[in-house]
Design a protein around this ligand. Structure first.
Ligand code: GLV
Ligand code: MG
Length: 324
C-alpha cells in the first residue's frame, strides 16, 4: 500500500440514481414512493427556462412535505455558467437545508467550480445553523471536466461521487451520435482478413475510456463512480448490458431516467448470489491457507492469493450493504 491513505466518502447505497424533473409535482410524489437508492430532483436540463422558478418551488415543497425516508436525496442545480445557479442553491438550502443530502453539480469543469460551490454552501449552512453537511456529486460531461477529472475529484471534502453524463459528453467531444448512451454501430473493428479468411465485425464500447477514467479518478479519491443515463427506455436488455459492463469496471450504480430502470439498476448493481458464494469460498480457502502458513492456494483449479481476499471482500461487503 502507499503511505497515502484514501479516505472513503460517507457510505451510501448508490445502485440506482433516479432523475426526476422538478417541474412535475406528480413525478416528485411518485419518486418519493419509489425504490431508488438516490433520487435527484432536477432543476437543470429536464426543466425548461420558463419553468425554473416553478421547479424550485415544487422541489422545496416536495422536500418539506413528502416522506423521503430510506432514500438519499439530491438536487441537480443549474450550471455555474447560468444565472439560475446561485438562486437554486440559496433558495433550496435556505428553505430545506436539513432535508437534503447532496447537491449534484452538472458540467463540472475545473476544481474551482467545486471550490466556489463549497464556499457558497458553507456560508448558507452556517447562516441556517444546518445540522447536517451537504455532500457533492459531480457530473463529468464535458471535455474540460474529463481533462480535469482528477482535480475535480479531489477539490472538496464534500465530494461523494462522480457521474458520467454521456449525452452532454458526446456533445462536448463532438462525438458522431445522437443516442443517449449505448453502443454505436459505427464504433467497431473488422477482424483481420489474414486470420481464418472469414471477416467478422465487432462492436466496441465507445464509452469505455470515459467510464474507466472516471472509475480511477473516483476510487483514487474515495468517491463512488456512477454511470449516467441510457436513453432508450423501451430497451431493458440494452440497459442491462450497459449497467453490467459499468458494474464490472467498478461503478457503484447507474442513473434511471425512467422509473422502470430503477429495479433494473438495483438488481444489476447488487452482487448475485453466485458471485457472493464464490467470494465467500475464496475467503474461506484463504483463511485455511493462512492457518497452513501459505500465501497462495488453488480453488477449483484457479490460483488465489492475498489480493484475492481483497477482491472477494469487495463483493461480500457490497452484499452486506445491500442487505442492511
Ligand atoms: C446527463 O446529464 C447527460 O448529459 O448525459
Ligand atoms: Mg447533462
Amino acid at each position: 500500500m502507499s503511505f497515502t491513505i484514501i479516505e472513503p466518502a460517507p457510505s451510501r447505497l448508490n445502485r440506482s440514481e433516479q432523475a426526476v424533473p422538478g417541474s412535475n409535482a406528480r413525478f416528485l410524489e411518485k419518486a418519493a414512493q419509489g425504490d431508488a437508492d438516490v433520487v435527484f430532483l432536477d432543476l437543470e436540463d429536464a426543466v425548461a427556462p420558463d419553468e425554473k422558478e416553478t421547479a424550485r418551488r415544487n422541489i422545496i415543497q416536495a422536500l418539506n412535505d413528502l416522506d423521503w425516508s430510506g432514500k438519499t436525496i439530491s438536487v441537480r442545480i443549474n450550471g455555474l455558467d447560468t444565472h439560475y445557479m446561485y438562486r437554486d442553491v440559496v433558495d433550496i438550502l435556505e428553505n430545506c437545508v436539513d432535508k437534503l443530502d447532496l447537491i449534484m453539480i452538472p458540467k463540472a469543469g475545473t476544481a474551482s467550480d467545486i471550490y466556489a460551490l463549497d464556499m457558497l454552501v458553507s456560508q448558507i449552512e452556517a447562516a441556517t445553523k444546518a445540522t447536517k453537511r451537504i455532500g457533492f456529486e459531480m457530473i463529468i460531461e464535458t471535455a474540460l471536466g474529463m481533462q480535469n477529472i482528477h482535480d475535480i475529484a479531489a477539490a472538496s471534502k464534500r465530494n461523494e461521487s462522480l457521474h458520467f453524463g454521456v449525452a452532454d459528453y458526446a456533445a462536448s467531444t463532438k462525438a458522431r451520435t445522437t443516442n443517449i448512451g449505448g453502443p454505436n454501430a459505427d464504433y467497431g473493428v473488422l477482424t483481420d482478413p489474414a486470420g481464418d479468411g472469414g471477416r467478422d465485425y465487432h462492436w466496441g464500447d465507445m464509452w469505455h475510456y470515459a467510464i474507466a477514467r472516471m472509475v480511477v479518478a473516483a476510487r483514487a479519491n474515495g468517491l463512488r463512480p456512477v454511470d449516467g443515463p441510457f436513453g432508450d427506455i423501451q430497451d431493458a436488455e440494452g440497459y442491462r448490458a450497459q449497467a453490467l459492463r459499468a458494474a464490472v469496471l467498478g461503478c457503484e450504480g447507474k442513473w434511471a431516467i425512467h422509473p422502470s430502470q430503477v429495479a433494473l439498476a438495483n438488481e444489476l448493481f447488487s452482487p448475485s448470489e453466485k458471485e457472493v458464494a464464490q467470494a465467500k469460498a475464496i475467503l474461506e480457502a484463504m483463511e485455511q491457507a493462512k492457518k497452513e502458513g501459505k500465501g497462495a492456494v488453488t480453488l477449483n483449479g484457479r490460483l488465489i492469493d492475498i489480493a484475492s481476499i481483497k477482491q472477494a471482500q469487495v463483493l461480500v461487503d457490497k452484499a452486506a450493504q445491500v442487505a442492511a
